[in-house]
Design a protein around this ligand. Structure first.
Ligand SMILES: CC(C)(COP(=O)(O)OP(=O)(O)OC[C@H]1O[C@@H](n2cnc3c(N)ncnc32)[C@H](O)[C@@H]1OP(=O)(O)O)[C@@H](O)C(=O)NCCC(=O)NCCS
Length: 374
C-alpha cells in the first residue's frame, strides 16, 4: 500500500471537495458560496443565508417569499414528538434532547430514506422549521409551561428569540439574526464532517444530522459557547478576570472560546461579533460581560498568543440577550442545520463512501492460544 501522510486529528488533511464554504487562509476571508461573511452577516437575514447554503444562490424577492412560506408550513411538530418531549426529564441536556428528537422525526418521515436532491431539500426545510420548536418545547417543559406558539410571518430569528424568551424585540432579534448567519456554516468542521461521513453511507439526512448534533455537543466544538457563558458568569466581576484566567492556565486547563484548528490568526467572524457585543453592551448600558471578555482576551493574547474564536464574544451577546445559558449550543444547532443539510445534499448528489485508513500501531503478529492454554 502507498505510504500516506498521517497527522493526528487529520490536521490540515483535505478530505473532500465542496462548493459551499471557503476558508481562505491566505487572505483571512470566509465566504459562503462565494459571498463574503462581512456582507452576509449583517445585511442578509438568516432565511436568505439558509436559502443560499441549501439552494446554492441568494433568493430573489419572490423566491424569498416562497421559501418563507415553505418554512412556515413546517412550523409544527408531530404529536408523537410533542408527547416524547413531554416525557423528558428536566435534567436532560438540551443537545441530547435535540439529537434524539431529530432522530425521532426521521423515524416518522415517510421520505426519510429518499436520498434524491428534491427529497433532501424538503427534509432540510422541515428540519430548519422544526428545530426551534423542539428547542422551545424542551426549554419550556423545564418550567412546566406550554411552549410559546410560533407567530406566523415573523422572521426566523425574531421567532426563535420569541420561542426561547417570550419576547418580541426587533433590536435583540437582529443580534440573534447576525449570530445565526455567523454560525450557519464553516466548511469541514467536526460536526459537518460527521454528517458527511454518515450521509456517504447513504444513511438518511436525519441520521446524518443526528451524528452532527452528537458531535457539536462537545466543548472543543459547539459546546464552547455555553462553556464561555458559564465562565463569564463564574468570573462575575472584571477585576477578577485576569487572575482567574492566569490560574486556569497555570493548572494547564484550556480556556474555552480560544484557539481554532484552522484559524491561527483573527477569525473574521470574531471581529463582527466582538463589535456587535461592544455596541450592544453600550446600548443596553450593561458593560460587565464585555469588560470581563476583553480582559480575558488580552490575558490570553499575552500569556498564550491565542485569539478568541466565534464562540467567545457570541457568549457575551447571548448573555446580554438574556438567552438561557443552556440554549447557547442548541441555538448553534438551529443555525448550523443549514450548513449540515447543504453538505448532506452535496455529498449525496455526488456520493462516494468516505472510508479512510488507519495507521496500525497495535501488537505485532501473535500466536493464538485456545482459552484452556492461556
Ligand atoms: C479548538 C482547539 C481544539 C484547536 O486546537 P488545536 O489547533 O488542535 O491546538 P492544540 O489542541 O494542538 O493546542 C496547541 C497548543 O495550544 C494550547 N491551546 C489551544 N487552545 C487553547 C485554549 N483554548 N486554552 C489554552 N490553551 C490552548 C494547547 O494547550 C497546546 O499547548 P501545548 O502545545 O503547550 O500543549 C483548541 O484551541 C481548544 O481546545 N480551544 C478551546 C475550545 C473551543 O473554544 N472550541 C471552539 C473551537 S471553534
Amino acid at each position: 500500500m502507498e505510504t500516506l501522510m498521517y497527522k493526528p486529528g487529520l490536521d490540515g488533511a483535505i478530505v473532500g471537495e465542496s462548493a459551499i464554504c471557503q476558508i481562505d487562509e491566505a487572505s483571512g476571508h470566509l465566504r459562503y458560496r462565494g459571498y463574503l461573511i462581512e456582507d452576509l452577516a449583517e445585511q442578509a437575514s438568516f432565511e436568505e443565508v439558509a436559502f443560499l447554503l441549501i439552494h446554492g444562490d441568494l433568493p430573489s424577492s419572490h423566491e424569498h417569499q416562497v421559501w418563507k412560506s415553505e418554512l412556515e408550513q413546517e412550523e409544527h411538530l408531530p404529536v408523537v414528538v410533542r408527547r416524547f418531549l413531554e416525557t423528558i426529564p428536566s435534567s436532560a441536556h438540551l443537545m441530547d434532547v435535540l439529537r434524539t428528537s431529530i432522530s425521532f422525526l426521521g423515524m416518522i418521515d415517510p421520505e426519510a430514506n429518499d436520498p434524491s436532491h428534491a427529497a433532501n431539500v424538503r427534509k432540510a426545510t422541515k428540519l430548519l422549521a422544526k428545530t426551534p420548536l423542539i428547542l422551545s418545547c424542551a426549554v419550556r417543559a423545564r418550567y412546566d409551561a406550554p411552549p410559546y406558539p410560533p407567530i406566523s410571518q415573523l422572521p426566523f430569528a425574531t421567532n426563535l428569540l420569541y420561542l426561547l424568551t417570550g419576547t418580541n424585540h426587533p433590536m435583540k432579534a437582529k443580534e440573534l439574526d447576525v449570530s445565526l448567519n455567523l454560525y450557519a456554516e464553516h466548511e469541514f468542521n467536526a460536526s459537518t464532517f460527521a454528517a458527511r461521513v454518515t450521509a456517504s453511507t447513504l444513511a438518511d439526512l436525519y441520521g446524518a444530522v443526528t451524528s452532527a448534533i452528537g458531535t457539536l455537543k462537545g466543548s472543543l466544538h459547539g459546546g464552547a459557547n455555553e462553556a464561555v457563558a458559564v465562565m463569564l458568569t463564574s468570573i462575575d466581576q472584571p477585576e477578577r478576570a485576569k487572575l482567574w484566567i492566569q490560574s486556569k492556565l497555570a493548572r494547564k486547563e484550556r480556556v474555552m472560546g480560544f484557539g481554532h484548528r484552522v484559524l491561527k490568526h483573527e477569525d473574521p467572524r470574531t471581529s463582527i461579533v466582538k463589535r456587535r457585543a461592544r455596541n450592544l453592551s453600550n446600548e443596553l448600558g450593561h458593560s460587565r460581560w464585555y469588560e470581563i471578555a476583553e480582559i480575558i482576551e488580552h490575558t490570553m493574547q499575552k500569556e498564550r498568543g491565542l485569539f478568541p474564536n466565534l464562540d467567545f464574544y457570541t457568549a457575551v451577546v447571548y448573555l446580554l440577550l438574556r438567552i438561557p445559558i443552556e440554549t447557547c449550543t442548541p441555538i448553534f444547532v438551529t443555525s448550523r442545520m443549514a450548513g449540515w443539510c447543504a453538505h448532506v445534499i452535496e455529498q449525496q448528489d455526488r456520493n462516494r463512501l468516505i472510508r479512510p485508513r488507519a495507521s496500525y500501531i497495535g501488537p505485532s503478529i501473535r500466536e493464538f492460544l485456545p482459552i484452556q492454554l492461556r
